[in-house]
Design a protein around this ligand. Structure first.
Ligand SMILES: *Cc1c(COP(=O)(O)O)cnc(C)c1O
Length: 456
């Protein structure tokens, strides 16, 4: 049996990517105010900014798009989509939205009050921002290993049950529900075990609190459970995914991840406590409940995507991609979050750039350096994303400085990853030439998207 794991698809449609010179990239990055979010995508060679909405759809999905029913109300495409979500999650109430953050905004608007606290393993940046916008505290309670980039643990996305219990004992009246992100994106794409999910659920139940899954990468999480959790190897990924959903009371979903589509999302709920209020808000801001800000064709593509994403040969190749990249980087002396997660490899920028202090924003600086060195675009998961400038002008910093290289689904081939690993390992050899940055202009929320930076 050959050991090489191949891409389990062949290519039917191609899109050229453009090589640039170092001089061009210096100019382009300066024009982008040293913020890779401000670059034009066509000036990027390998775009690992995000795995969100950047995947390639299958021939079956493109065929389904032609079946889109664009009726305003009651479209056939909605019922196909609804059936696919029900079949997967088991939840009877399905509300389409245009993407994950719309699901968050709507659910939080109807299910939280200012002054409340919502615990999770790690809230994703839009999740945190939407809670904070509503005056709610977003509390991250991942297990201690989740904060230690080099500590190996099979389920580094698990939530710290002791700290959840303490929170509930002391302040249960302030907790409307618990959340958990699968896989834990901001914590390194790390999985949550079924055992942890079950115990968290039981704990919340004891205090009468529902559990909401941030389900963006449910299929990758289910595959990790199959590969790593005792007693799960013989089950199908779909069965495991269904159990994950059964252990919660609802989910928010960005289908731009494990929905295998370029746009879409949903809220799905097991009982009707928030459904009516959510649908009313949906009509106000997203659209009628049978399309929720999406076209009928988008709902068709999503229905097919939810079937394709639980295919095990796809998931095996998907998780192997990150692992393969991780092995190459480790061999080149580059510190990464270990073990590798599902959708991305995370570089430890503090280790990569030991000469920079927190005020130099090392993860941001490393992002810039990767673009300059090889036209590679990653994203900072560090103090620009999660730190803050307080009203008195002082800065708060994040506890990790990571650069996430997120892999679009079914888009790049093994030689793209070989090239990227080579660029990064070469850059490591001359890491001391990488300069820090300063924030010159920023917005109050989600400042990383638009910040203007200068060299330190
Ligand atoms: C992407 C993402 C979201 C937000 O979804 P969008 O579709 O980008 O609005 C929420 N949570 C997690 C874990 C995500 O990865």
């Amino acid at each position: 049996m050959p050991r090489t794991m191949i891409e389990p698809f062949r290519i039917k449609s191609v899109e050229p990517i453009r090589m640039t010179t170092r001089e061009e990239r210096e100019r382009l990055l300066a024009e982008a105010r040293l913020n890779v979010f401000r670059l034009r995508a066509e000036d990027v060679l390998l775009d690992f900014l995000t795995d969100s909405g950047t995947g390639a759809m299958s021939a079956r999905q493109w065929a389904a798009i032609m079946e889109g029913d664009e009726s305003y109300a009651g479209a056939r495409s909605f019922y196909r989509f609804e059936a696919a979500v029900k079949e997967l999650t088991g939840y009877p109430h399905v509300i389409p939205v245009h993407q994950g953050r719309a699901a968050e905004r709507i659910l939080f608007s109807v299910a939280t009050k200012p002054g409340q606290i919502v615990p999770s393993n790690t809230h994703f940046d839009t999740t945190r921002a939407n809670l904070e916008y509503d005056g709610v505290t977003a509390l991250d309670l991942v297990i201690p290993e989740g904060h230690q980039p080099r500590t190996r643990h099979l389920f580094k996305g698990n939530i710290d049950l002791g700290r959840v219990e303490r929170l509930l004992q002391e302040q249960a009246d302030l907790v409307p529900f618990g959340m958990i992100t699968v896989t834990n994106n901001s914590g390194g794409g790390q999985p949550v075990s079924l055992e942890n999910l079950g115990s968290y659920r039981a704990l919340l139940r004891r205090f009468g609190k529902p559990l909401v899954i941030d389900a963006c990468r449910f299929a990758e999480n289910a595959m990790f459970v199959k590969l790593r959790e005792a007693g799960q190897a013989g089950r199908s990924v779909k069965e495991i995914a269904r159990e994950m959903f059964a252990l919660a009371d609802g989910c928010t979903m960005s289908a731009k991840k494990d929905g295998l589509v370029n746009i879409g999302g949903f809220i799905a709920l097991s009982d009707d406590r928030w459904v009516e209020a959510a649908r009313n808000l949906l009509i106000l801001t997203e659209g009628f409940p049978t399309y929720g800000g999406l076209a009928g064709r988008d709902l068709e593509a999503l229905a097919v995507g939810l079937e394709e994403v639980v295919q095990e040969d796809y998931l095996r190749y998907r998780l192997r991609t990150a692992e393969y990249m991780g092995e190459k980087l480790l061999a080149g002396g580059v510190a990464i979050v270990e073990p590798t997660g599902g959708h991305a490899v995370y570089l430890d920028a503090r280790d990569f750039l030991p000469h920079l202090g927190p005020e130099d924003y090392p993860a941001w600086s490393l992002c810039n350096a990767l673009y300059l060195a090889g036209g590679i675009r990653g994203v900072e998961i560090g103090s620009v994303m999660f730190g803050k400038r307080l009203d008195d002008g002082t800065e708060t910093y994040h506890d990790m400085e990571l650069v996430r290289l997120a892999f679009p689904r079914r888009v790049y081939t093994q030689s793209h990853f070989d090239y990227a690993a080579e660029v990064i390992c070469e850059l490591k050899q001359k890491a001391r030439t990488v300069r820090g940055v300063r924030i010159e202009k920023q917005s109050r929320t989600l400042r990383h998207f638009s910040a203007e930076m200068g060299w330190a």
